[in-house]
Design a protein around this ligand. Sequence first.
Ligand code: NAD
Length: 256
Amino acid sequence: MLKHKTALVTGSTSGIGLGIAKALARQGANIVLNGFGDVDGAQAEIAALGVDVLYHGADMSRPAEIEDMMRAAAERFGRVDILVNNAGIQHVAAIEDFPPERWDAIIAINLSSAFHTTRLALPAMKAANWGRIINVASVHGLVASAQKSAYVAAKHGIVGLTKVVALETATTGVTCNAICPGWVLTPLVQKQVDAKAAALGISNEEATRLLLGEKEPSMQFTTPEELGELAVFFCSPAANNVRGAAWNMDGGWAAQ
Ligand code: NAD
């Protein structure tokens, strides 16, 4: 379905970003990978699906590096047809203890980076009259949790940005939507499970059950594979008129 298309997924060396990149690659899209950590492993997983892969190590907190990544993607593949703004970090602390530099980093990586990639990708998408912008927000783009001021502010912000981009492209073949996952067991969440286990002196399994039980009625994690299939749906012709949605896949979290 996505042969001859190029998908750029920020933060795609791990977790949800890698899951979405693999799902799009399975549909034939070439992939621009980005992120830190096990770059070679991620690149090999995508290449094994028989598509072309370009890795760019832009730090999503640095607009000049984002510009360089978008330039490199266009040079290699012509343009970015599918942009998935996924890179994100977390910091958990009460607001009066929240380190200002963590606030700045979360706003830059989880929110402002999507502004930069979007403004740079849109002209070519509009010229081609086809494009998909998928913002990986969070259920925290819809509701709040204590101790997550920067994250919740950034995720509510990216849901707002999604709606504005959807309106500005409403009469074109470009769509912009947000995905709002609940708990997904990635390194980002494993850290929160570990912290809970250590703080309460309980096992990993008990901490996992507590974490799910506080928020997620299904008591189940959403998987990167399931989120990848939702991204594939947004890229399909059936989703041509899905615009500005903030689509939760959260085991009932936001329904409460
Ligand atoms: P993860 O830690 O597994 O992956 C994060 C990715 O972002 C990695 O590839 C990492 O290298 C990359 N990254 C981090 N900082 C970066 C930077 N400065 N520049 C470029 N890349 C950077 O986390 P994840 O859980 O897969 O999270 C992915 C997205 O999904 C985030 O936006 C997160 O907020 C969102 N999300 C996660 C959950 C969850 O439960 N895990 C739930 C809702 C939303």
